[in-house]
Design a protein around this ligand. Structure first.
Ligand code: PLP
Length: 348
């Protein structure tokens, strides 16, 4: 499937208004996703179908995500938000466990551990450059984003995992700012969560959690419901609970119409290929960096301290973000050279 849609053919499926440099906040949908969602909403409005039609998109999206990260379908669960899914992993930590995460880690892969302080879960937050040195004997879990939300820094997951596994710690990765533009696989990690509404161009309310078969045994399906049943249609009522043996046991009941939009969006990313998207996104980011006299980097996200930049971009109709006191711009498959140049002109 990968590579059977050219980048330019994919770009023609987007309706981005020039100047959207904020995919790190939310990604834009391809027309295939938008239309599928509108049809689903119209069916809902008129009561034209049963929910099973919409729900078939949930497994389609799960399978597409599994292929994107090189996981087996049965190791991927679905939910609505990363924090909710990471919360399951955090609850599996024993009392007194030690967690290490970078200090600027996005809250969804940090706060779910911190809320267990009352049972002795101890969360250390070194600066990112000191992360590796902080993974020492006694650490139980390392939480880190594949790409940092605030700065766009790309983390070497193989290196982190090697260090973590050497001391017997599990590695929990948040790939929300990575999957879709950076090839990230699950080969080094024990759990990987990803919200699909950014680089996977999907509606808000769609997220994934990969859990390795080894870790799955230790995680309690705290939000178990009918949708986490082994046979969904036979799981509406009690008295007994028969949970799925696969990671579907962690599924949250799907926000149907969001998944109707997510499936075609994920499939489009897959058809173009993450490596092709990576090369395009990073090329634009580096065009922007060079325009500001910055050295090239390896990220689709650029963060820089430029006083007044936010106002100047906004005045030129360019939508970017300010994070941790810096301007943050981000480039995705629908971003263009003209977007970069308009931003540079506004900042010059
Ligand atoms: C790294 C990262 N993870 C997760 C999220 C979203 O988290 P949640 O789905 O818990 O709202 C964001 C949003 O900015 C993010 O940057």
């Amino acid at each position: 499937m990968t590579g059977n849609l050219s980048l330019s053919a994919a770009q023609a499926l987007f309706d981005a208004q020039p100047g959207w440099l904020n995919t790190a906040s939310y990604g834009l949908p391809p027309r295939t996703a938008w239309s599928a969602m509108q049809s689903g909403l119209d069916e809902w409005r008129h009561g034209r179908t049963s929910w099973e039609e919409w729900d078939s998109s949930t497994d389609r999206a799960r399978r597409a995500f599994a292929r994107l990260v090189g996981a087996a379908d049965e190791d991927v669960s679905i939910g609505s938000a990363v924090s909710q899914q990471i919360g399951l992993v955090a609850a599996a930590l024993p009392d007194g466990a030690r967690v290490v995460a970078p200090d600027v880690e996005f809250g969804s892969n940090l706060f779910p551990y911190q809320v267990h302080a009352s049972r002795g879960v101890d969360v250390r937050t070194p600066p990112l450059p000191a992360l590796l040195d902080s993974i020492v004997d006694g650490v139980d879990l390392v939480a880190v984003s594949a790409v940092q939300s605030a700065t766009g820094e790309v983390v070497d997951l193989a290196e982190v995992a090697a260090r973590a596994h050497a001391v017997g710690a599990v590695v929990v990765v948040d790939a929300t700012q990575a999957t879709g533009w950076l090839p990230v696989g699950v080969e080094h990690v024990d759990a990987l969560a990803c919200a699909a509404y950014k680089w996977l161009c999907s509606p808000r309310g769609t997220s994934f959690l990969y859990v390795s078969p080894g870790l799955r045994e230790r995680v309690r399906p705290l939000a178990a419901g009918w949708y986490s049943g082994e046979a969904v249609h036979e799981s509406y009522y009690g008295p007994e609970v028969h949970l799925a043996h696969s990671a579907r046991r962690f599924d949250l009941s799907p926000a149907w119409h969001c998944w109707v939009g997510a499936a075609p969006a994920l499939e489009l990313i897959e058809q173009v290929g993450v490596q092709v998207i990576h090369d395009h996104d990073v090329r634009l980011a580096n065009r922007f960096r060079r325009g500001l006299g910055m050295p090239d980097s390896n990220s689709a996200i650029v963060s820089t301290r430029l006083p007044g930049a936010g106002e100047r971009l906004a005045a030129a109709g360019i939508r970017a973000a300010e994070r941790a006191g810096s301007l943050r711009v981000s480039f995705h498959l629908y971003s263009t050279d003209a977007d970069v140049d308009a931003a540079l002109t506004a900042l010059s």
